[in-house]
Write a protein that binds this ligand. Structure first.
Ligand SMILES: [Zn+2]
Ligand SMILES: [Zn+2]
Length: 87
């Protein structure tokens, strides 16, 4: 009996996907860079709140707004990816 086990969701694939979006997607690119990979877990946590603005700020690197347009686009995609992955 291990009741906590059911609560652990494997988020590594989702984390990787989010990191890749933050890093910038290109045809043929399947892995985020090391720096973006390290941000993946943090971005996942921010994405879980559904606050795209906060995600954008986190990607942009300032930690607070306003984020640039490119990062806002990435943030919207990350929140969408998170919601898909959380289904
Ligand atoms: Zn990167
Ligand atoms: Zn930016």
């Amino acid at each position: 009996m291990s009741p906590t086990l059911a609560l652990v969701r494997d988020t590594s694939a989702l984390e990787q996907r989010i990191a890749l979006i933050a890093c910038g997607q290109r045809p043929g690119k399947t892995q985020p860079c090391d720096s973006c990979r390290r941000k993946g877990a943090g971005l996942l946590n921010v994405a879980a709140t559904g606050a795209a603005d906060a995600v954008a700020a986190a990607i942009c690197g300032t930690g607070k707004g306003p984020a640039c347009h490119g990062c806002k686009d990435k943030a919207a995609e990350i929140v969408r990816a998170y919601n898909e992955g959380a289904e």
